[in-house]
Design a protein around this ligand. Structure first.
Ligand code: SAH
Length: 238
């Protein structure tokens, strides 16, 4: 048996001590211990300029806040990916990016890993994003104080899909978004709780009826809560 090389995540950040954070625990933490994936957080400031290792400057055109310098970010990226012929995608977390979805997560998880660049302050000088053709990804339509929490979200979503991380194969197959639908509701013991019982069909032992009920619930919930997903689902080629 050949040993697979781990899925590699490198994070470029002003706050490397924020990692692995929650990803050092539970599923992702165990997977890291098993060598299924590895994480390296690099300090952007190591490439900062001058005695104070400056990484940012005021925005041309004026306005509040600071901008991470293109030369500093470029040096950090060069140090990380250029030398070793690294073919991992380089992603910059930004609210202007393509919204992160399960299809993107699946694509990233299937590759060799990812390099994540975390912004701070007002963001990153546009020129280095364009010159290096960085992939811009957003985790949602709200503003975070930095890219680090977004990087944790993206990595969490990818790592759980790596082979050997999740216990049962099907737990990744059935969940929300896998088939373009939100998931059906779950119930466990006790069968009766504060006067609320669970749907009879789930106690019937009739697997076909249970599957049909779950599909109907998935459709009902998706249609009601996420008309955008529903519209895509009904028009998607089978
Ligand atoms: N001025 C920027 C926001 C900067 S927030 C704007 O209006 O677009 C500071 C940093 O946090 C960003 O550079 C980015 O790396 C990160 N960030 C904030 N919101 C994010 C989101 N929704 N998705 C991914 N990264 C985000």
């Amino acid at each position: 048996m050949t040993l697979m090389s781990p899925w590699r995540a490198t994070i470029i950040t002003l706050y490397p001590e924020m990692f692995p954070g929650p990803l050092g625990h539970s599923l992702a933490g165990r997977a890291m211990e098993q060598g299924i994936w590895s994480l390296e957080a690099r300090q952007l400031r190591e490439h900062g300029l001058g005695r104070h290792r400056a990484v940012d400057d005021t925005p041309f055109g004026g306005g509040a806040g600071m901008v991470l310098r293109a030369d500093v970010v470029d040096a950090a990226l060069a140090d990380c990916v250029d030398a070793k012929g690294d073919d991992r995608p380089v992603v910059v977390l930004t609210p202007r990016g393509a919204p992160l979805d399960q299809a993107t997560v699946r694509r990233l998880a299937a590759g060799p890993g990812v390099v994540l660049l975390c912004g701070r302050f007002e963001g990153i000088d546009q020129r280095v994003i364009e010159a290096r053709q960085l992939t811009e990804i957003s985790i949602g339509d709200y503003i975070l104080s930095g890219g680090e929490t977004a990087a944790l979200v993206l990595l969490d979503a990818c790592v759980r899909l790596l082979p050997g991380v999740m216990g049962k194969e099907e737990s990744g197959e059935e969940e929300s978004f896998s088939h373009g639908l939100l998931e059906y509701p779950h119930y466990t013991r006790p069968a009766e709780w504060q006067g609320h019982s669970v749907p009879d069909v789930l106690l019937s032992g009739n697997h076909a009826a249970i599957a049909a009920w779950r599909l109907a619930k998935s459709q009902e919930i998706t249609r009601a809560r996420r008309p955008d997903l529903w519209a895509r689902h009904v028009t998607a080629p089978v």
